[in-house]
Structure formats: C-alpha cells, structure tokens
Design a protein around this ligand. Structure first.
Ligand SMILES: Cc1cc2nc3c(=O)[nH]c(=O)nc-3n(C[C@H](O)[C@H](O)[C@H](O)COP(=O)(O)OP(=O)(O)OC[C@H]3O[C@@H](n4cnc5c(N)ncnc54)[C@H](O)[C@@H]3O)c2cc1C
Length: 429
C-alpha cells in the first residue's frame, strides 16, 4: 500500500508566487512541499515589476510604484496589494533578492523609483528590480551613446534592425547587425535558451568574443538579445566586458525567455537542502479537506503518485494559462477545489469591445477572493477553510498585466500567505 506522507504545508504551483512562498517557508524552517509546472517563468522577461501603471493618467506608465500603491488603497481597497503593508512588500523583495544573489543572480534597483528598460519592441518599460545586464540596458538608454545592437541568423524572436528602427528618432548612434552565432552554421533556426546554454562553455565564449570584436566599430556599447548564459550569466557578462572593454547589455526577448529561466533555476537551487521538498513538473490532482482538519492531497504521476496529508494548503496555481482557472461557455471556475470565483455576472461582461480599452477587461479581474489572511472566502465572506490560503495571480480584483504588477503581486502575496500560515496554523499561539 502507498504510504501517506505528512507535511505541514503543501504549496500548489511552482510559478513565481509558489516558488517565492516556498523560499519564504524555507527561510522560516517550515516543513513544506511545493508541486507544480513551469508557470509563467518562461514567458516572463525576468524583470521584477512592482507597479508600473499610473493610477491617475490612464495608459501612462509610472516611475513611482510606491506612490501608486499608496493611492491604490484609496482607489481599490480590495486589490490584494492594497491589503498588504508596504513593510511586507519590501520584506518580500528583500528576502527574494537576497536568496537570488546567493545563487549568482543579483537583482537591484532604486529604493523608490522604477527603472526604464528597452524592450525588444524598441519601447521603454518600467521595472522595479533588474539584473546587471538589464541595468546596463537602462544605462545605455539614458547615455544614448553610439551602440551596436546584434541579432543572430535563424533567431526569430528578436530583431536588431527592428529595435534600431523603433528607437532611431531619439537615439542617433544606433547600428544593427546580424551575425552567425558560433557553431550554428547548420541550423536553420536557433532559440535563445539554446544559445544561452552553449555560451556557458568557455570555448563558445572564446568564439563569441572573436565575433563581437569583428563586429564592433567604434561603439562603446553593445546590445544583445538575452542569451548570455543561464546559470553563469553574471560571470559571462563580466568576462565579455573585461576582454572587449565594451559596455554590454541584454534586451529581454519574447518567450521563451532566458532571464525567466535563470530566475526559475536560481529559485530551484535556493530550495536545495532546505525544509522544502520540490516536486517539479508534477500536478496536484486532488485536495480533500478532512473533518479533523488538514487536507488529503494527491500529487499525480503515472509512475509514482504521492499521497500527502497536509496541515495547510497554499494555492498558487495562477490563471488560465497555468490552468489555475478555467472557463466554460458561461462561467469561470477554479480548477482544483471548485472554489467560488469572483467574476462578472454574465459572459457578455467578460470583455470590452475595444481590446486596448484603458479600463481593461473584467475577466482579467476574476479570481479567488480572500480574507485579510489570504484565505479563500465563500459567498458569506467567511474562509472556506481555516488553513487554506491563496496567493499570486489567481487572486481576484487585480489586473496584473495592465498595471504591471506581476512579480510584486506574486512575491508579496507569497510572503503574506506564509506569515498568515504561521499565525493561524494548528498549534500556533
Ligand atoms: C507572458 C508573460 C510575461 C510576463 N512578464 C512579466 C514581467 O516582465 N515582469 C513581471 O514582473 N512579471 C511578468 N509576468 C508575470 C509574472 O511571471 C507573474 O507574476 C507570474 O507568472 C505569476 O505567478 P503565479 O505564481 O501567480 O502564477 P503562474 O506563474 O501562472 O504559476 C502557476 C503555477 O501553478 C501550477 N499549477 C496550476 N495548477 C496546478 C495543479 N493542479 N497542481 C500543481 N500545480 C499547478 C502551474 O503549473 C504553475 O507552476 C509575466 C507573465 C506572463 C504570462
């Protein structure tokens, strides 16, 4: 008979919210299990946004995330980020970035301001915390000195010429060139994770150095799609800069995103040898509340399914893309436990006619409503279970894409859920 494993906390979902909650649990020595698929990491730019949209001028970006969050509690008091203190949000970013730094992925940024970063579309977008190669991106944009932007034969998701054309009105000294990435002559198509992986070896770095030297004329700056390694990205950047004398920066690419993979892998490494066990790429198929408290849970697998008895559960299962929510023709549902979903009354109200409507679409605000401890609530606004919590983009009354708060929402609610668990868990005083 299959043994039932006990755990104090099961975190369902290994996107940014589940993984950062797992890290916060590990920092507090909580005995926890986290299970889930890749999540949004491979889609994300790897930039950690806190809040990037103006609340006063629609369609405008903002460089003042904290000022906007202060306004949010007046304008949208039920927004998940309006219900979390600034102190908790700061603590969440500080714990996350400290752990990532230990894994060789340094995130920094201004204390109060967003930084503007160049995108693959030749636009500027605000972000809160960014890695050195993206920090140099922002510096290059500000300096507007002569700069070569490179792309590579067979790479479809990034075009140096496109970036140059989009930015040339304001940035006169831009030049674009397409080169053949080392050892890819026989490939019709190349992908950024493959290029980044191959740059991890010194031999490819040597060839890449020769390539750069042959391409740069008198430009002090070199911009590249984000391909500078996965695990050793900072070392690779350092070596290329030291040996060429250039200031080198990365530009985020469309998915699949190397910086997102770096972030995911650094978080996975940070959980090694901690109180948290990770079941990567495994879905939870069953969560049944038990009369005596806690949950009977099953992590699915054809070969080795795992049955758990969890004292508490944190749902960080994301939205439609990650299958935390699904919609039939009439209604939006929570996929795993059938929890009540906050949503428009009928389907006609899901979307506005104009896709780019500055007010966004109501479906983007659908999700799980919670109490102040981030416990999902029923129609009577009471928690459906004492020890069930929810975090991340699954939560209701936020539109992270429009307001550019994806990481901030995921990380801050991840910490809030762990703090709530510690306050409420069975046996807590
Ligand atoms: C295209 C795109 C671009 C983005 N760009 C940025 C950006 O530039 N900056 C930024 O700050 N944020 C960005 N984000 C958002 C950021 O990645 C989000 O904060 C994050 O994806 C949300 O995290 P999450 O953990 O709530 O959900 P997800 O990342 O969606 O993760 C949900 C997790 O739940 C798992 N899951 C679902 N059901 C189950 C189940 N039954 N059992 C086990 N696991 C389950 C999924 O496999 C997945 O691991 C982007 C996201 C996307 C999609």
């Amino acid at each position: 008979m299959e043994a039932i494993q006990p755990t104090d906390l099961l975190i369902i979902g290994s996107g940014l919210s589940g993984m950062s909650a797992a890290l916060f649990a590990a920092n507090r020595k909580i005995n926890a299990v986290v299970a889930g698929g890749a999540g949004g990491f491979e889609y994300s730019s790897g930039l950690l946004d806190l809040w990037g949209a103006s609340l006063t001028q629609k369609n405008r970006i903002t460089k003042r995330p904290w000022a906007m969050l202060e306004k949010l509690s007046g304008q949208e008091p039920l927004h998940p980020l309006a219900r979390i203190t600034g102190e908790t949000i700061r603590q969440a970013f500080s714990e996350l970035t400290a752990a990532l730094k230990q894994q060789g992925l340094t995130y920094s940024g201004y204390e109060k301001k967003n930084t503007l970063v160049m995108t693959p579309f030749g636009t500027l977008r605000p972000t809160f915390r960014l890695t050195p190669s993206m920090g140099s991106n922002a510096k290059a944009v500000r300096a507007q000195e002569p700069c070569l932007i490179l792309d590579f034969k067979g790479l479809r998701e990034f075009s140096a010429v496109f970036v140059k054309e989009m930015m040339k009105q304001t940035w006169k000294g831009l030049r674009a060139e397409t080169l053949e990435f080392p050892d890819t002559r026989l490939r019709r198509e190349v992908f950024t994770p493959f290029l980044a992986g191959s740059l991890e070896t010194e031999q490819v770095q040597d060839k890449f150095l020769a390539l750069i030297r042959s391409a740069v004329k008198d430009e002090p700056w070199l911009g590249l799609p984000a391909v500078l390694g996965i695990r050793s990205s900072e070392k690779i950047l350092g070596r290329l800069e030291a040996e060429t004398g250039l200031k080198i920066f990365e530009i985020p690419t469309s998915p699949v995103s190397v910086p997102g993979i770096r972030l995911k892998e650094a978080l996975m490494r940070a959980l090694e040898n901690t109180s948290v066990t990770l079941f990567q790429n495994r879905r939870v198929t069953e969560v049944v509340p038990l009369k005596e408290g806690g949950f009977h849970c099953r992590i699915g697998s054809d070969l080795a399914p795992v049955t758990l008895r969890a004292g508490a559960v944190l749902l960080s299962t994301g939205r439609f893309l990650s299958r935390g929510l699904y919609a039939d023709r009439n209604k939006i549902h929570e996929s795993l436990m059938g929890l009540p979903v906050y949503q428009p009354e009928n389907r006609d109200q899901w979307h506005r006619l104009n896709y780019f409507d500055p007010d966004g679409h109501s479906i983007s605000r659908a999700g799980i409503e919670t109490d102040d401890f981030l416990r999902p609530v029923g129609p009577d606004k009471r928690p459906v279970s004492e020890t069930l919590f929810a975090s991340g983009t699954l939560l209701a009354r936020q539109d992270w894409m429009r307001t550019r708060c994806g990481s901030g929402l995921s990380v801050a609610t991840g910490l809030k859920a762990i703090e709530s668990y510690l306050q409420i868990r069975p046996g807590a005083c």
